[in-house]
Design a protein around this ligand. Structure first.
Ligand code: FAD
Length: 426
């Protein structure tokens, strides 16, 4: 490969904050709101022009993993979001899950940042860090306005891909391409009758699967549901395997293959699926859906051995899909921090967990829950000057703040007999 030398240049510092949240997905917006509510001057950086990450831009319009089959296991910021969406008439309950309208979610998140005086930096890609011995003092933003720096004492990496770990050379795990879960381009169709489609698929499961496999589409994962709008359905069935999600050329290929699959699927379903005859493609997701990516090697790495454990430093809960029958598990604070860096905390799908258990930690409500803990922790530690230290936090204080913001984190908070069948209805 040939190289060029990039000349050194001075970068303008355009803002200084207590806390900067990197990435505006479910974990990031939760972290930013929770940090601001705890009293920190907070900024959020997002590469696209809206908040919500996969939930809005990936068209992942179903909140899963909210309950243990009977009672809620995740509240706090997630519940606040659902309540606001309810006020807009933008949700519908399906079993234990909550369907929502992604455009309404974008709007609700805009309202949250305005109401909590959070400084938004949309259309800015975090491309590097200003590194010192034990931490970072700022991040480099790239955008139409050029290359600029914003500074803070504490940072939350909610990029989903632990980008800051990469920039700081902090140890992380990432599965090889063949072990990474498929990427999926979600899409919505209008003019359909979801009840007739549902009946047809229920009565003809093998035929439905054969339609997909005949187009070369994997049936190992994915699904579909009606949406909150009449005559509309959402599918996440166009999968591309063997993708390195940190390789932009692989991602380019996946987007193009994904869209090609979707056009094939719509054409095929129109001619063969009752309820789909008048169907038309409304949209494909603006960003391809990524299930797993880099995960930090944290101070604590959650494994199967931990399912039955409770932790003195628990800060969030996740649904238990291990089959143990416990219903929910506790996430310890140590999964969110790396011993290699003092003032960065991680939230969302980039936290320190065994890949075999990733499904329990990557759903939107759980990402919001770890985001809430990270945001409050950042606000608390950012009081320390000149640099926060996430290793020296008073976890009890963090837990008290979590409680005051309505979050759940203890197994016994609301234990009930677990019902896996109802928890996983969709
Ligand atoms: C196909 C599919 C189906 C799924 N189904 C469900 C489901 O039914 N229910 C459910 O609850 N969950 C589901 N999930 C999981 C869930 O959507 C994600 O795991 C969750 O959104 C992760 O949240 P996050 O905030 O950690 O990351 P993301 O949602 O990925 O958000 C990360 C944000 O950071 C931004 N960003 C990244 N890098 C940078 C950078 N360098 N600079 C600036 N901004 C950056 C991104 O643009 C994005 O907005 C599904 C996921 C996929 C892919």
């Amino acid at each position: 490969m040939k190289y060029v030398l990039e000349p050194q240049r001075e970068l303008p510092i355009i803002g200084e904050y207590d806390v900067i949240v990197l990435g505006g997905g479910p974990a990031g917006i939760s972290a930013a709101v929770s940090s601001a509510k705890t009293g920190a001057k907070t900024a959020i950086v997002e590469r696209y022009g809206y908040l919500g990450g996969q939930a809005t831009g990936g068209l992942i319009i179903l909140l899963v993993g909210l309950t243990d089959g009977k009672q809620k296991i995740i509240k706090g910021f997630c519940e606040d979001t659902i309540n606001r969406l309810n006020e807009l008439g933008a949700t519908e309950n399906i079993g234990n899950h909550v369907l929502f309208d992604p455009e309404s979610m974008k709007y609700v998140f805009d309202c949250f940042i305005q109401e909590n005086q959070i400084f938004p930096y949309f259309h800015n890609y975090v491309s590097n860090v200003i590194k010192t011995e034990n931490g970072i003092t700022g991040v480099v933003l790239e955008g139409k306005s050029g290359r600029r720096v914003i500074k803070a004492r504490a940072f939350v990496d909610a990029t989903g891909d632990a980008d800051i770990a990469k920039y700081c050379n902090i140890p992380f795990e990432q599965e090889s391409k063949d072990k990474t879960l498929p990427v999926t381009l979600g899409f919505r169709v209008g003019g359909v009758d979801p009840d007739r489609i549902s009946k047809f698929i229920r009565e003809n499961p093998y035929y439905y699967k054969s339609l997909l496999t005949s187009m070369g589409i994997s049936i190992k994962i994915g699904g579909w549901t009606k949406t909150v709008h009449k005559k509309e359905a959402w599918f996440n069935i166009s999968h591309v395997e063997n993708i390195d999600i940190t390789d932009t050329q692989d991602l380019t290929r996946a987007e193009i293959i994904g869209r090609r699959q979707i056009h094939q699927i719509v054409k095929s379903f129109k001619s063969s699926m009752p309820g789909f005859e008048e169907g038309y493609l409304i949209d494909t997701a603006p960003q391809i859906g990524i299930r797993d990516s880099r995960r930090i090697k944290g101070v604590y790495r959650y494994t199967n051995e931990d399912i039955a454990r409770t932790f003195t430093d628990s800060i969030a809960k996740a649904p238990d899909y291990s089959g143990s029958g416990r219903g929910s598990i506790e996430i310890p604070y140590g999964c969110l921090i790396s011993k290699e860096i003092n003032n960065v905390i991680f939230a969302g799908r980039g936290i320190s967990v065994d890949h075999k258990l990733i499904d329990m930690f990557r759903e939107i409500p759980c990402c919001m829950a770890t985001g809430q803990a990270a945001g409050i922790a950042a606000a608390i530690t950012s009081e320390k000057s000149p640099m926060a230290d996430f290793h020296n936090i008073d976890v009890k204080q963090l837990q008290e703040k979590l409680l005051s913001q309505g979050a759940l984190f203890k197994y016994h908070d609301n234990y009930s007999e677990f019902n896996l069948e109802t928890a996983m209805q969709i």
